[in-house]
Write a protein that binds this ligand. Structure first.
Ligand code: DX5
Ligand code: ZN
Length: 225
């Protein structure tokens, strides 16, 4: 999964009454991946959707379906998310007692394993599973809601993780408060994969989504150069 910058709109900020159309719209507007925020009302204080909804919208885009599971436990649901069409499945280190086993299970299901850490979790929590993952997700807000402010202390963690990852083919993803005014510093710290909900879905039209995605890409590139 290595390569250039990836922009992944989070459908959490879309109009859920038109979910399929909203996914197709960001696809046409230049999204690289589609980010799916799954919340259980237990690990995080909000509830979103599960495998049947993912399966229902799978046909709306051929792009990489990037599932971010904010659920505890995760193991009983991995197969259902893989079968629903998730290409990547990311679990939280804080939600998985046997994280190494869970990541192996995701790969065995044919999906790309990812591991996420909350703002208060140190990068060392995932040091010994780096060889099991294709993606590391640094939460840059406390998970549960869209539209929160970026937490600046996470920049140092991104920098450290970039060094820890070294030359492994692992994407370094950030999620939360990513916007044109924050993405430059985040890219400079070493992230290459950017989730954005409110910064992309604001405006409510395909034309605004295109402009919003382009603005993120431009600001991510400027600081990297
Ligand atoms: C937060 C979710 C994010 C969220 C980001 O728990 O994991 O994906 O949708 O929303 P913004 O980009 O609005 O901060
Ligand atoms: Zn997310």
């Amino acid at each position: 999964m290595a390569g250039g910058i990836v922009i992944a709109p989070s459908i959490l900020s879309s109009d859920f009454s038109r979910l399929g159309e909203e996914i197709a719209a960001v696809d046409r507007a230049g999204a690289d991946w589609i980010h799916l925020d799954v919340m259980d009302g237990h690990f995080v204080p909000n509830i979103t959707f599960g495998p049947p909804v993912v399966a229902a919208v799978r046909g709306a885009s051929a792009k990489f379906f990037d599932a971010h599971l904010m659920i505890e436990p995760a193991d009983p649901y991995l197969e259902a998310f893989a079968k629903a069409g998730c290409d990547g499945i990311t679990v939280h280190a804080e939600a998985c007692t046997h994280l190494d086993r869970t990541l192996q299970a995701i790969r065995a299901l044919g999906a790309k394993p990812g591991v996420a850490i909350n703002p208060a979790t140190p990068e060392t929590a995932i040091e010994y599973v780096l060889d099991r993952v294709d993606l590391v997700l640094v939460m840059t807000v406390n998970p549960g809601f869209g539209g929160q402010s970026f937490i600046p202390a996470t920049l140092e963690k991104i920098r450290r993780l970039r060094a820890m990852i070294g030359d492994r083919p692992i994407r370094l993803q950030v999620d939360g408060g990513v916007a044109p005014d924050t993405i430059g510093a985040i890219a400079e710290a070493g992230a290459d994969t950017f989730v954005a909900g409110s910064a992309i879905y604001r405006g409510g039209t395909e034309a605004s989504y295109r402009g919003n995605i382009e603005a993120l890409r431009t600001h991510a590139r400027v600081k990297k150069a």
